[in-house]
Every structure is written in structure tokens, then in C-alpha cells.
Write a protein of this length. Structure first.
Length: 277
């Protein structure tokens, strides 16, 4: 079978052309642009076996990132697996807000709670190399993925296994960030995310349990003037600001993603001012 035949096969299976090209590029270990000029190339037997398996998985709705084992985030090619969520472009908003608060040459202590693939922690470490970034996760399956990504992109990141703040007991930070599970347990969108780890998507109930826990326990782990930034659902901004304010955080606000939806909320723990709102 030729590459052009494989593209027709993918279309018949309902797989988008771009996804098929990205899978083929991996199968042939060539850039995607190479495919255009070489669509008459025949598959070797091992390549055909690999292609058929990838096509089957993608046609069954498995995320492309899991099929190829990688995903791009802020210029990094990250390894991903079903043990971690696929990093979303919306999460870059959280990274950008954090970077505004971190001095370029400062050595602030930063924690990323529930790091998953490590995307947030690695991005912060790469773009603020003097910061001291610690990434935590309660999943014994997720941390090896994050460590592998760190070895390639940001070896200085430290890792701590454990549930939320328990992983960094006794420590205080100048900045804390988290993209915790926040989808409500009865949200119909969960059905389309069946291939991703449910515990990383939803704490069940109304979706606020993890956010509530992080906010409630945060003061014992933050320096005066430290910031806590949280990603959340598009309809949870008001609730998260309420949690922050009720716990004593000041300068609370919510930022919108590229689609104009409330996506991240944060607040400053009282004390000497750090950064701007």
C-alpha cells in the first residue's frame, strides 16, 4: 500500500487528513511536508502494521496525542500517555499569567500541584530558569511521564509524589499554580473524554472539590504576598473567586481564554505585594 492509499483509507474511516498525516509522518519517521512529495512510497510490512494499529485507535476516538505518544505545548514536544491528560492550549493562559508574576532573574520557589505530563512546570522552568520549580502528582503512573519530559526540556524541575499540598508539607512558595480536575461528575462532555484518566478530569460532584481543597489548604504553604493561580471550567470563575476571597486572598480576578471564556482565576495571599494583578 502507498501513502496516498493510506490517506484515502483514513478518510474512509472518518479520520481527519491532518491527523492521518501526523500519524504517517511518525510511521515513516519523516516531516509531514515530506509526505506530499512522496505519496507513491510503499509501506514496509512493519510500517503497515504500525499504521493500521494507529488508524484503528484514532478511528475509535482515542486522542491523537495518545496514538502518537506526544503533544506540543509552548514549543515543547511532550511525551503523553493515557496516564496523563493531554495538555490543552487553554492552559497556556495559566502559564502566561504565572510568567508575569515571576521575575526574570528571580529564584522564587514555585509549585505546580497535580502536574500530569509536567507541561506547566516545565514551561515555567524553561522560561524562568532561575526559579525553583517543584511539580507534584498523586498518580504513580503520571510522575514517570513528567520526569521523562523534564529530562528532555527542563531538568531542573524537582518532583514530589503526593496528594496536592501533602506532597510539599512544611514548605512555603512564592507562587502556586494548578490545573486540577474541575469537570462536574455528571457533565455530558465526559463521555467524549473517556480515553483520558477520569481522576484527572473530575473530582465528581459539582467539580469544585479539588479547587476547594487547594484553596482552603493554601495559606499554610504560601509566603506573604504569594499568588495562587488556578485553571477551572468556563462556568466556575465566580465560584473560584468566591473560594479565594472567603479564604482571605486579595486582588482576586479571572482571566479569559482565547475563546473569551473565563478560564483561570487567582488571588494574592496578604503581605508584601508580588507582581501586578
Amino acid at each position: 500500500m502507498r501513502i496516498r492509499d493510506a490517506l484515502q483509507q483514513a478518510r474512509a474511516a472518518g479520520v481527519e487528513r491532518l491527523d492521518a498525516q501526523l500519524m504517517l509522518a511518525q510511521v515513516f519517521e519523516q516531516p509531514r511536508t515530506w509526505l506530499v512529495a512522496h505519496d507513491e512510497v510503499e509501506f514496509a510490512p512493519v510500517q503497515l502494521t504500525r499504521w493500521n494499529e494507529q488508524l484503528r485507535r484514532r478511528a475509535n476516538g482515542e486522542p491523537l496525542a495518545y496514538v502518537t505518544g506526544r503533544c506540543e505545548f509552548r514549543g515543547m514536544q511532550l511525551q503523553v500517555s493515557p496516564a496523563v491528560l493531554v495538555p490543552r492550549p487553554e492552559t497556556e493562559l495559566l502559564v502566561e499569567w504565572a510568567l508575569e508574576l515571576l521575575p526574570l532573574y528571580g529564584n522564587d520557589e514555585v509549585v505546580d500541584l497535580g502536574t500530569g505530563s509536567g507541561a506547566i512546570a516545565l514551561a515555567l522552568q524553561r522560561e524562568r530558569p532561575h526559579a525553583r520549580v517543584t511539580a507534584t502528582d498523586a498518580s504513580a503512573d503520571a510522575l514517570p511521564v513528567a520526569r521523562t519530559n523534564a529530562a528532555r526540556h527542563a531538568p531542573a524541575v524537582a518532583f514530589a509524589p503526593g496528594d496536592w499540598w501533602a506532597a510539599v508539607a512544611g514548605r512555603r512558595f512564592a507562587l502556586a499554580v494548578s490545573n486540577p480536575p474541575y469537570v462536574a461528575g455528571d457533565d455530558p462532555h465526559l463521555a467524549a473524554l473517556a480515553h483520558e484518566p477520569r481522576m484527572a478530569l473530575t473530582p465528581e460532584g459539582d467539580g469544585l472539590a479539588a479547587l476547594h481543597h487547594i484553596v482552603n489548604a493554601a495559606p499554610a504553604h504560601l509566603l506573604p504576598g504569594a499568588w495562587l493561580l488556578l485553571e477551572h471550567g468556563h462556568d466556575q470563575g465566580e465560584a473560584v473567586r468566591g473560594l479565594l476571597a472567603a479564604r482571605g486572598f486579595v486582588a482576586t480576578s479571572t482571566r479569559l481564554d482565547l475563546a473569551g471564556l473565563p478560564r483561570c482565576s487567582g488571588g494574592r495571599w496578604p503581605g508584601s505585594t508580588r507582581g501586578a494583578n
